[in-house]
Design a binder for this molecule. Structure first.
Ligand code: MN
Ligand code: MN
Length: 393
């Protein structure tokens, strides 16, 4: 759906620019939607009320139209077309156009265009000629994002709007994920792991539905997995979050789970998770992404393509990518062609080798299987080197 949005806008802009000279007197009356709308921007002392800023803004990083957006509230008194372009501030601007088909309170989505030049906070005034408001955008120095749960980027360009049902971004304190409403599972979960995360908090075991999903979305329950032949397989492991009770408890939200074959979960995957935590105790910090794709796995009750009465898709493949760097700061600047990157892609079955190392693949192979772009915060030539190798340590 998303990919049709921009071309659609573009066509609207084009058709709005040219006068239709081919109209004859007998043609039907032009529908009211093509005339200019009358609407007000909802202002709150110079700021657009409830403006929602989407995406991360970093200086030197070109903004992405499907990710870097601002949603504004408007009140429409006459339906019709609208278009707003802001001034350029710090190397970038925002623009939108479209048609309000009804009156009343609704939203418009401003799309970012350009590349921020400096870190800081930028103020964008917005005006439609009769009303105005404004919003601020924090522009980061990437080094200040050290230890961010999604530090190496958003592999699927997930966004936090409820119409993004197959790729819904959820930024949580202890991990960030892309949720898939149709599958009832995350597409991927991304997190940072370093020594501060490892403590002595016991496993909380408080599996529960995630009530932060958009209203009306089904919240997968613990019960959907019971007697299914599949484990509630953590993406961010419980044992990676043992510093505080709230950190550990957060890993038991059902949005962090996939139906995972018990031998894969309890043996192969568990061994790999232990190996990665050992790298942390040896003085490293890790950026990890776990995800799943495909349909159909084999648990203790045999093959299944879904569980929970069809509400949760059983993935065919489960993968993990880990970037290992020595403890320190300015993380992206310390990634080089020599940086160790471990990736595995494993079938979701019970008949596997217990040694996770036999399932190592290149990141490029996972990119080809998923269509995602991992590690995209790194320069493309460096990605090409790191992503084509298969770890052999
Ligand atoms: Mn690649
Ligand atoms: Mn990549």
């Amino acid at each position: 759906m998303k990919k049709y949005y921009l071309p659609f806008l573009f066509i609207l802009m084009l058709s709005g620019c040219k006068k239709d000279d081919s109209t004859t007197p007998d043609d039907p009356v032009i529908p009211p939607a093509t005339s200019a709308a009358v609407y007000t921007l909802t202002d709150n002392s110079g700021n657009c009320f409830n403006a929602t800023i989407q995406g991360t803004y970093a200086f030197g990083t070109t903004l992405v139209s499907t990710v870097n957006r601002v949603v504004l509230n408007v009140n429409v008194t006459t339906a019709g077309s609208y278009g707003i372009t802001t001034i350029t501030v710090n190397g970038y601007k925002f623009a939108t156009s479209g048609i309000f088909s009804t009156t009343g309170n609704q939203t418009i989505t401003m799309v970012a265009i350009g590349t921020p030049v400096n870190a800081g906070v930028d103020y964008f005034p917005v005006s439609n000629g009769t009303s105005s408001c404004g919003f601020t955008i924090p522009v980061y120095d990437l080094t200040s994002l050290d230890n961010d749960q999604m530090y190496f980027g958003n592999p699927s360009n997930a966004i936090a709007t409820s119409d993004s049902t197959g790729n819904y971004l959820m930024r949580k304190s202890f991990y960030t994920l892309s949720y898939n409403k149709d599958r009832g599972t995350p597409n991927w979960v991304s997190w940072h792991l370093f020594s501060n995360d490892l403590g002595s908090t016991p496993r909380q075991d408080d599996f529960r539905p995630d009530n932060t999903l958009p209203s009306g979305w089904y919240q997968v329950t613990d019960n959907d997995y019971s007697s299914s032949g599949f484990d509630r397989g953590h993406n961010t492991p419980s044992a990676d979050r043992t510093n505080t009770v709230s950190a550990n408890s957060s890993t038991f939200l059902m949005t962090n789970m996939i139906p995972q074959a018990p031998y894969l979960n309890q043996v192969v995957w568990n061994n790999m998770e232990d190996s990665l935590r050992q790298l942390v105790t040896q003085g490293n910090e890790l950026y990890i992404i776990m995800g799943s794709y495909g349909t159909g796995g084999t648990g203790t009750l045999g093959f299944a393509s879904s569980i929970g009465g069809g509400k949760v898709t059983v993935p065919s493949n489960v993968y993990k990518i880990a970037v290992i760097i020595p403890d320190g700061s300015n993380d992206s600047s310390r990634v080089s062609a020599q940086t160790r990157v471990i990736a595995v892609d494993i079938l979701n079955t019970n008949t596997l080798n217990s040694n996770w190392k036999t399932y190592r693949v290149s990141v490029d192979a996972i990119e080809a299987s998923t269509g995602y772009d991992f590690l995209k915060r790194l320069p493309v030539p460096l990605q090409a080197i790191l992503e084509s190798q298969i770890d052999n340590l």
